[in-house]
Design a protein around this ligand. Structure first.
Ligand code: GLC
Length: 423
């Protein structure tokens, strides 16, 4: 069963990590599985895939197309690109798009996969243009679309060509359903993570040294927000919450991560956040580590991991990862993120964007070591049930196999010999 995966970026963001875990999961249980990754740019994603022995084919996307941002396409708070600017850029890009689609099609025809599985909106669109008509196309959607005009139109218009849509949560599945007809099945499938890597045991990073903060002489509780610098991930809310904590509370905050994607207007720079922290008088209480390559070691160095997205979080890999590392997690309660936790049992919650509530939850956990420990232990246990590779493979394989059975049935009706790729 040859599956071609299409991914529009060479960076290792959440959707890319999720895709690698999906491939590893299926590979572990299905001997006939032959994944091929087609990536639009070289970079950490392609390198990681190659290190995992997944065949990678790079079909470079022209720079003008790569800059055309998924998240800049509207919807999330703080986005600076106007719809008109975006439309003009879309028009300029259409010629490049068609040329690129032709290249992609040649690659797909040569590979002759049984299924094409696309990840990310640019590849969903390009897949419509490039995929041979007889090959089932699967869209894997990791974000909300109904509030993003361009994406919404694309899905409304293109979904009928898809044999199946996979959504990373029930919440995202409902959102997609609201713009689609009932013709295309939508499967909510939660991501898996590498539970050997994300575990409570292992080395811890020296966060203070990495963030340029002086060593502490007394015991301190470390609270961190980890992830990309997308504006809707709530860095400003996190900083405001830290500024609302009593000055005597033994806490340090850390912003861990750096800007990732090439898209415009949708991310903070570390400098911008440093300035916000300084304005809030937080210079000595907050540190910025920049990008780190060992997130599990960073999480183990924290006592509390904060998720503060101001818009509904489609899934929230960082929540799953922190749970697997047995951290006490505070979740912004909206969207798919709420499907990953049981509030008060495996995490605490706060209303998205409400810095005072977040500050109250942080204070509660800083002052209660027993609760931190209990939440962390329960989260760890839950992660070993919900986020396993095995569970993911058991959900993905029936989708693939169902598509191939349908495919063979259609072929036999048309008098063409069955391909039976799944055997
Ligand atoms: C996207 C979503 C994020 C999710 C990730 C993996 O980046 O915004 O919530 O964790 O995809 O599915």
């Amino acid at each position: 069963m040859k599956v071609a995966y299409l991914n529009p970026t060479g960076q290792l963001g959440g959707a890319e990590k999720a895709l690698l875990d999906l491939i590893i999961s299926v590979r572990a249980v299905e001997p006939q599985y032959e994944p091929h990754l087609i990536v639009a740019a070289d970079g950490p994603f392609a390198k990681e895939a190659a290190a995992l022995q997944i065949p990678v084919h790079i079909v470079p996307l022209p720079f003008a197309l790569a800059r055309l941002g998924d998240s800049a396409a509207g919807g999330h708070a703080g986005t600076q690109t106007s719809k008109i600017q975006l439309l003009l850029r879309l028009l300029n890009a259409s010629f490049l798009l068609l040329t690129y689609a032709r290249q992609l099609r040649r690659m797909l025809v040569n590979l002759a996969p049984a299924i094409i599985h696309s990840n990310g909106f640019k590849m969903h669109a390009l897949g419509l243009l490039a995929a041979p008509r007889s090959t089932p196309l699967v869209w894997h959607i990791h974000d909300y679309i109904s509030s993003r005009p361009v994406m919404k139109q694309l899905v409304r218009w293109g979904h009928k060509r898809c044999a199946a849509i996979i959504a990373n949560s029930h919440s995202v599945a409902e959102d997609i359903q609201s713009v689609c007809s009932n013709k295309t099945p939508i499967h909510p499938v939660h991501n898996a993570i590498d539970l050997n890597y994300f575990s409570p045991l292992g080395n811890k990073l020296e966060l203070d040294a990495l963030a340029g903060l002086p060593p502490t002489t007394t015991e301190i509780i470390r609270v961190a927000l980890l992830g990309t610098m997308a504006r809707w991930k709530g860095h400003e809310v996190f900083l405001r919450a830290l500024s609302l904590l009593p000055a005597t509370l033994p806490v340090r905050g850390y912003v861990i991560g750096g800007a990732l994607y090439q898209t415009d207007g949708s991310q903070y720079s570390i400098e911008e956040l440093r300035q916000s922290a300084a304005k809030l008088g937080l210079q000595h209480r907050v540190g910025f580590t920049g990008f780190i390559s060992d997130p599990a070691a960073a999480m183990r160095a924290c006592d509390i991991v904060v998720h503060a997205s101001t818009a509904p979080e489609p899934f929230g890999l960082v929540i799953a990862e922190a749970m697997a590392c047995a951290r006490a997690v505070i979740v912004s309660q909206a969207g798919g993120a709420t499907e990953l936790v049981q509030i008060s049992e495996t995490a605490l919650g706060h209303t998205p964007g409400n810095a005072q509530e977040l500050a109250d939850r942080i204070t509660q956990l800083v002052t209660n070591a027993a609760q931190r420990q209990q939440l962390g232990a329960a989260a760890h246990q839950a992660s070993r049930i919900h986020f396993t590779h095995h569970r993911l493979a058991n959900e993905i394989l029936p989708i693939y196999k169902g598509l191939l059975v349908q495919q063979d049935y259609r072929a036999s009706k048309a008098g063409v010999p069955a391909v039976a790729n799944y055997k």
